[in-house]
Every structure is written in C-alpha cells, then in structure tokens.
Design a binder for this molecule. Structure first.
Ligand SMILES: [Zn+2]
Length: 113
C-alpha cells in the first residue's frame, strides 16, 4: 500500500491497541476514515501512521515489531497494517460473513461510488 501524508485511510483492525499508562487505549474506530497526519518509518522497515490519536499520559508508543521507541510522545502511532486505502469486495464478504449487515451496506455504498 503506497500512502502519503494527507491521504485518507480506513481502519480495518482496531484490536489490541497498546494500553497506555492510564490504562485506556485511545479509540481507534473500526471502519472509520482517518487522515494521515504524519508517518514514521522505523529502522526495521515498519511504517506507522499518526492519524490524530493522542497518547494519553504521554508515554509514547513503540514499534510493535522491534520495540524501538517512536518519536513524539504526544502521538499514539498506529501500525499502517491496521488501515487500507479503500474497501474491497473481500471486506464486503467478510462483513456479510460476520453478519455485520449495517457495515456491509456502508462498504457496498463505498464500492458503488
Ligand atoms: Zn521497528
């Protein structure tokens, strides 16, 4: 997936966000659209996005692959793998399979645009 700052991406995985010091992971909403405000390229090759989630408690985030501390403690960096640039038929099929019909309707509308 080739993305740049300013692109809009859709969250397809909001599971297991790292818990911060206060015990609350920031809210990354499944299937919500986010604008990429910043990107971090870790030494290990992993790409993380700043999509505007604040890091509560200013503990910062670490790379989930190599545990390297990511810059700017005010940002809760999110792994780029959590996002797609657009919905596909696979997302639609998965939503139907999981009986998430409201979501399926949203995805279908997006696909038909
Ligand atoms: Zn890394």
């Amino acid at each position: 997936m080739c993305t740049k700052i300013g692109d809009t991406v859709i969250c397809v995985n909001n599971s297991d966000l790292r818990v911060n010091l206060k015990g609350n992971p920031p809210a990354l909403v499944l299937y919500e659209k986010y604008k990429i405000k910043g990107m971090n390229f870790c030494d290990c090759g992993r790409v993380s996005y700043d999509v505007g989630l604040p890091s509560i408690g200013s503990v910062g985030t670490v790379c989930v692959r190599c545990n390297h501390m990511l810059p700017n403690n005010d940002i809760h960096w999110c792994a780029s793998e959590r996002f797609v640039t657009e919905f596909t038929n696979e997302h639609l099929e998965a939503a139907v399979k999981e009986e998430q019909y409201e979501l399926a309707a949203v995805i279908r509308d997006e696909l038909n645009k």
